[in-house]
Structures are given as structure tokens and as C-alpha cells.
Design a protein. Sequence first.
Length: 387
Amino acid sequence: MGSEERVYGRFDFGLTPEQEERARRLHHDGVVIDLLYQGPCSPDVWTAELVAELDALGSDDLFTVAFFLQKKALAGQFPRYKEVMDASGVTAPATGGYVLRDKASILDAAHLAARALEAFPWMRRARRAGDIRAAHAAGGQAIWGLVQTNMLAPGDLDLIDIAHDLGVLNTVDCAYNSMNFIGAGCTERYDPGLSHFGLQFVRRCDDVGVIVDTAHSGRQTTLDACAASRKPVIATHTSAAAVFAHDRAKSDDELRAIAGTGGVIGVYVVPFFLAAPDDPNPTIELFLDHVDHISDLVGWEHVAIGTDWPLALPPHVMEAAFAGKQADFGFRPEHGIDKVTRTLDGFRDYRDLVNLTRGLVSRGYDDDQVRGIIGENFLRVFEAVNG
């Protein structure tokens, strides 16, 4: 709230006027892909009237409240949805939020996506890399489907084909934090790696054209997925454990394995995964520290953006949605996700997305490298898997 008083995309990197113009041009002219885009809205877009309307729902279910503004936009009642998306500069935002579990969940996701494509003439579905490039040329956006919470069980592999055919599954994580039939998540006590069913899952994704994601997967599950896949494997939103140790981060061995498949590693801007809880002012420089480490380790060609934060909810609703529910998401107290209203200085709103580009310029990346990290690297992977 109070967004009209804020100026976005102006974190002080000490850039010269020439560098500022270069960053503006790269962000505007480049294909910008966020591998986990929780936007286009943020806590800043909420007016008192919108907050009152949300509060009247009386729900603290995260999945119910998280889609509130999108549903208003679909009903033609929130034109700012398009305004803030354009202001972010994003070309291809990952969309998802559903649990891959059964046909009903897939059909619900397909219905929501179909409503968006019908309501928003500026939006198209990304089935091929050319769809993303065409959206950029037209000044619109191309949506693609990401699934984090994978609840597939033996006998369910055909659901991958169904979800992909309906356009709501382009990437899918092996496991979300905890263990499932495929493998183990990154906060699980043990990680035995991929099960036999997990191997079948990876092979089916390769056959269908679904990119295997390891963002929330455990270490051995990640390494196994990279060894088993014939296609590039990715981590849509993670960080480097060598820079800041956290269960959500990837070890250097995992980062090398992902890059070895030709895949990419998306770096998030989630403060409690990048800084200690007692850090008084975590800034966007932390994001850049992880980008630098991964670039130095495996090459800038394997780095991408996967912001994953902030969620578009008023602070009191965020607190209610997460209060006492960390375990439901596979987190424990030591993971430090209790300060859920915190954001990085330099990224509190998706209109700050240009700060990531500006930060890359400040760290000395050249034009090709910047274009790669903000979008072209993932587009290469998307094309390799989907054409």
C-alpha cells in the first residue's frame, strides 16, 4: 500500500548515466523470463478498498487469497494488473500454483489459464520458444506452466502428457521439500535419490517435452535427475550454498550437475533464503552475490532469474496465511521463514525487476551475458526441450 509514493527500479548501484541507459535498453529490448514469477502484483498495489474486500472473504488459505487479484483482473475489475505487468518488463512469466495430483487439479489449472487467455488479448500460451519471441515482439506476455508440488504416484505418468497437452505443464519439480514417490525434497531428513518410479518420471518428462526442475529437490535426487535425463535439467528458483548455507540452496556439485545437462539455475530474491534472520537490511546485492558465484563456477550461460518473492498479499494476510504452517510446506523453524513480510531492499515489487538488470550491469556483465541471464539462457533450454 502507498505504492503511488514509491519509485521503483532505482536501487543505488552507483551507475553512471551511460550505464543506466544501457541497463534500461537491455531490459526493454531483451526477452525477460522469470522462472518463478509471483507477480505482477505485490503488497504495494493494495488499496484500503481491496484489503477490505479480501478480509471479507475470511480466509487464511494461501491458495485462496493468492489468486484474489488475478481473479478480479479476469473479471475486468482490476486494470492495474496489466499495467504493473508491463511495468515489470517481463516477457514470459512462469505461472502455476496447482498441485500435480490428479485430472481434477489439471483441469482446474487449464480452466484458469484458458480464462486468462480469453480475458487478456495481450497474453498467449508458450508452447514453443517462438511463442515467447512473438510475445516480446508484440509487446505482450507468454505464459508457461510450472508445477512445484508434485504428488504423482505410480500409475499416474499419463497425467504428465495430459497437463502438457493442455499447456499447463512445461516444468515440474521432482519433489517439493519433503519426500514423495519420485524422490526427496531439499528439507527432508534423508535423501536416497530417485526411486525406480522417479527414473520413469524423468524419462516420461523427456519424452513428452516437460523440463525437469530440481529447485526444491534434495541433493541426491537432483544429482540423479541430472544423470538420468537426456534433456537439460533446471532449478527454477534456488541459490548457492557456498555463498549462504540453507537447505533451499544448491551445493556446488548440484550446480555443476545441472549445468552439465545444459540446464540453467534461477536465482531467487527471497530474503530468508539469502541472509541470516538477524541481518538488519538484506539487499539485492545478495542476489547478485549468488549470480556471481554460479557464473564463476559453471558459466553465465547457466544462470537465470527465478524471483519467487514477494507474494501479492497485504502484510497481515501474509502473516495469517503462514502462521504456524511452516511444517505444512515442509519447513522447520531453522529455515527462518517466519518473517514472511520481509523483502530485499531493491526488490519489494515486480516493478523492481529492472533492478536485477541494473545490478548485472553494475557487476560488470557484458550485453550478451546480461541478455542471457535475464532470459535468453532459459529460452535456449525451452527451445531444446519444446522446440
